[in-house]
Ligand binder design. Structure first.
Ligand SMILES: Cc1ncc(COP(=O)(O)O)c(C=O)c1O
Length: 370
């Protein structure tokens, strides 16, 4: 059996020991619920949640009350739509997307469009590098921005896109999907001037079941979820909400996963993926005439198709050599359509990968694709 070489960081990151140990210690030594008790254990868990929130806030230059724990990017992106459409002022409007979007970012809006709850959808143009053309950003009320496509791995000029949208409509609500971007680049929500932003814990080395939703005006909106922990009092004719962030977090939080966030962020900040491995794989695959590379040399990942070979076969053959890559449409149908391919094979690296892994990938590809 070949050694397993995991080149699928963009789907989900392997976990640093510090994350595993922190979660195990939390479960073994200090588990209790948060936001519900005053006993020493409950207070310690409240403290842990507070520290995690502060750590996430400083990671993206936000304030702790702007950080909401969700179950992941998909949850956050769907919640944003529910938050916006649940406001008393919501009355439809125009929304804009791009073909870089992941299904999770765009489908919740498209679903609204199909139900007649939104008046117009525009798609921003892409330039010859498949980057969002800033001058094509339309006048709109809601704008979805994929900070880095999970197929092309190129950082977008988020600040420039938002500035262009605000130029045309100062009240535009901007939503950033940073699920891939956050792994490779520092985020500054203040500089970007965005209204909402999401990312998933599992892609930055934390656990599954935890995500971050940044809400700039977190006190302003009426919440989308109701339950324990988010109201101060219930009156005969209404309710008094807790202030943010508590008002956004009805029900018991994913505490173990939250415990893993602090070590995950610390580890990621000190160990960003080594993109020289991507450059090496790119240079090697470039020599193979049957391979068409879809990404650039300096992208954060490598996507490609093979002439005369079904993409699922590429994944299966690589798997037989112990190499794990993602194959298929990567939940990003629109960009594949734009590029004229039904799907691709995608290799992506994390801090655990070495040049030997990259060489093993290239050797396997050269055996499979002659
Ligand atoms: C760009 C992008 N957005 C959103 C998501 C959805 O993330 P999750 O499945 O963690 O909710 C992904 C996951 O692949 C992604 O790459």
């Amino acid at each position: 059996m070949n050694k397993i070489i995991y080149l699928d960081a963009a789907a989900s990151a392997l976990k640093p020991e510090s994350v595993i140990n922190t979660e195990m210690e939390f479960l073994r030594e200090s588990y209790a619920n948060s936001g519900r008790g005053i006993c020493p254990r409950a207070a310690a868990v409240d403290n842990m949640v507070m520290r995690a929130r502060e750590s996430v806030a400083s990671f993206i230059n936000a304030k702790p009350e702007q950080i909401v724990f969700t179950s992941g990017s998909t949850d956050g992106l769907n919640r944003i739509v529910n938050i916006i459409t649940g406001q008393p002022w919501y009355n439809g409007g125009r929304f804009a997307v791009s073909d870089l979007d992941h299904h999770s970012a765009r489908l919740p809006w498209e679903a609204l469009l199909h139900r007649g709850k939104i008046s117009k959808m525009s798609v921003c143009d892409l330039d010859e590098n498949f980057d969002v053309k800033i001058d094509s950003v339309p006048q709109c009320d809601f704008l979805v921005i994929t900070a880095m496509s999970n197929v092309l791995g190129r950082a977008q000029d988020v600040a420039g896109i938002i500035a262009a949208a605000r130029n045309k409509n100062p009240d535009v609500i901007t939503i950033v999907d940073a699920a891939q971007y956050v792994v490779h680049n520092k985020i500054d929500v203040e500089k970007w001037d965005c209204d909402f932003l999401v990312f998933s814990g599992h892609k930055i080395g934390a656990d599954t079941g935890i995500g971050i939703l940044y809400i700039r005006d977190s006190q302003k909106y009426f919440p989308d979820k109701f339950g324990g922990g988010m109201v101060m009092s219930v009156r005969e004719s209404g309710l008094d909400l807790e202030s943010a962030p508590e008002k956004w977090e009805a029900g018991t939080l994913p505490l173990t996963q939250i415990a893993g966030l602090v070590p995950a962020i610390k580890y990621l900040e000190q160990n960003r993926p080594n993109l020289d491995l991507i450059k090496y794989m790119y240079d090697e695959l470039l020599n193979n005439p049957r391979i068409k590379i879809l990404t650039k040399r300096d992208s954060a990942l490598l996507s490609f198709v093979v002439d005369g070979m079904h993409i699922l076969d590429v994944g299966t053959y690589l798997g037989a050599y112990g190499i794990c890559v993602r194959v298929g449409n990567c939940c990003a149908s629109w960009i594949h359509k734009k590029m004229g391919v039904p799907g691709c094979a995608r290799a992506s690296v994390g801090a655990w990968n070495t040049m030997d892994d990259a060489r093993a990938f290239v050797n396997a590809i050269n055996k499979i694709v002659k």
